[in-house]
Design a protein around this ligand. Structure first.
Ligand code: PSV
Ligand code: MN
Length: 388
């Protein structure tokens, strides 16, 4: 049987990084619904992130997206974060919103555009030096829409060249996290469509390049936990962009569409050493809250990751291993399902109380008056939104 004290320690030690863009307005290509009280600046995004950390106790890191979170003084932004008990987390590059990038960024056929894109990526490393961030997350929207539009292999060569240049620039404690996505915005070929492509590039680059698994970036039916297990085995799982999907890259709250899938992923993580500090897996959210209240949605997402982790930690590994050894198919499956079907909410409430936190973070947030305060205070100015 799992040792409950050890389970609690692992849960208390887990860190879940929240995305600055999750606090801003977002929507679909059809409509962005603005919400009252949404941050106008990266500083205000950090204020909201601090509330998530205050009530959950496990979310001190905030990912930034450049240039959405561009500021004049990143050291000052870092200091502002620190005053609120936060740290600046992964720096996400953005080479997908300029007109120049119509045919791609680092894979573009024109060397001038590639240079501009690499210049941005290098600038992101400068920003990491200023913020103390260790993770540089790349998602490339590069690809083609039509057969024959460009040379598939030449595009891979351009990608490799760009990645190598940035890799060379990394500091000792900095790493590249390379994200893949099977389609969108390109529809015929995508230059980093799957874990295999990301892995091949990371392997060539070296130990400071690892793969990021965005849970929304797979074809329906893909066995994501297999990918996670394999990458962990190879020492190439850098982290997660957690979210949830029904159809495509829906960016819904993690664990909402398929909590069982999240459990299966977390089982592979816990079983294969992914929670250990030295494995350095970044548990990041990459979500947009289009129709739901944003701060409680981020809190809910953090809690969903915690609940899946708790269930995964409750798997009786001795019982599971014995059943697997004996070829007891039903027994092994039952060992896993018993953990999944455990209601872990009382355990997490107890843990929070032991840590001096309110047992129900969402209720505590609602009672805090923060939402009313930001709605009253954040009037005027331009609300931050996806792309701003
Ligand atoms: C792309 O769909 C993605 O998952 C990448 O991580 C981006 O940086 C992020 O979404 C921003 O919305
Ligand atoms: Mn992502």
């Amino acid at each position: 049987m799992p040792d409950i004290a050890a389970v609690k320690t692992a849960l208390a030690d887990q860190r879940i990084e929240t995305p600055s863009w999750g606090y801003g307005n977002s929507g679909t290509r059809f409509k962005v619904f603005a919400q009252a009280g949404v941050p106008r600046t990266p500083y205000e995004k950090l204020q909201d992130a601090a509330k998530v950390h205050e009530f959950t106790g496990v979310a001190p890191k905030v990912s930034l997206h450049i240039p959405w979170d561009q500021v004049d003084d990143y050291a000052a932004l870092g200091a502002y974060a620190k005053e609120r008990g936060l740290e600046l987390g992964a720096i996400n590059s953005n080479t997908f919103q300029d007109d120049d990038y119509k045919l791609g960024s680092v894979c573009h056929p024109d060397a001038k555009v590639r240079r501009k894109a690499v210049g941005h990526l290098l600038r992101c490393v400068d920003i990491m030096d200023e913020t103390g961030s260790t993770d540089l997350k790349f998602w490339f929207a590069d690809g083609t829409n039509y057969p024959g539009q460009d040379d598939i292999v030449a595009r891979q060569d351009r990608l490799a060249e760009a990645l190598a240049e940035v890799y060379e620039r990394l500091g000792e404690n900095q790493r590249i996290l390379l994200e893949y996505k099977f389609f969108e915005p390109a529809f015929y070929t995508t230059d980093v469509p799957d874990w295999g492509t990301a892995y091949a590039h990371c392997l060539k680059l070296g130990s400071k390049a690892q793969v990021v698994v965005d849970t929304g970036h797979h074809a329906p039916g893909t066995n994501i936990e297999f990918i996670v297990a394999l990458l962990l085995r190879e020492g190439k799982l850098g982290g997660f962009d957690f979210n949830s999907r029904f159809y495509a890259d829906d960016d819904l709250m993690v664990g909402s569409a398929d909590p069982f899938q999240l459990f299966r992923i977390m089982h592979e993580v816990t079983k294969n050493g992914g929670l250990k500090a030295e494995t350095n897996v970044a548990f990041m959210l990459d979500q947009c809250h289009n129709i739901e209240a944003k701060i409680p949605a981020v809190i809910r997402s953090v809690m969903n990751v915690q609940e899946s982790t708790a269930k995964a930690l409750l798997v009786d590994m001795d019982r599971l291993a014995a059943a697997q050894r004996d070829g007891d198919v039903l027994g092994a499956n039952e060992a896993l399902m018993d953990a999944y079907n455990t209601d872990v909410r009382p355990l997490l409430r107890e843990l929070r109380e032991e840590q001096g936190l309110a047992p129900d973070p969402i209720a505590a947030y609602r009672a805090s008056g923060w939402q009313e305060r930001i709605v009253a205070d954040r009037v005027g100015g331009d609300q931050a939104g996806w792309g701003a």
